[in-house]
Design a protein. Sequence first.
Length: 148
Amino acid sequence: MQTLDKSKELTSSVRLINDKLNFTCHVEGNPPVSVDYLPPLGDNLGYTSLELLLISLSTCLGSALLVFLRKMQKTISTFEISSRGIRNEDHPTCFREIHLEIHLTSPDVNEEELKKLVALSEEKYCPVWAMIRGNVTVNVSYRIERTA
């Protein structure tokens, strides 16, 4: 049996598990994720698809930033990204804007470095951002706390 190279191709399975819109979603080697919709169409038993998109964008950007910061031998005590998506009022009610706030604690990371790394991630290293670029405005802010 041939092993799938996850860097080149991903597969998933999605299965409806109730009489509304609750799905169990699975990618080989990982625990299942529950995806649902808000009542009355769903039962709110899992993430919505747009919530997962926010998580995907945040973790994609966060992963790229952390790889770069670690290669620069920066010390990171805490790293968090908060995200907020603003949707269209009319259908399709997709995001028109996404706001990401990066909060990190470090004695040696400065805002200028972080700004450059975010730009590099957007331009080249975050595939989720590349997929939504041109369709969704993404705004990134930074909060760096210093440690001794």
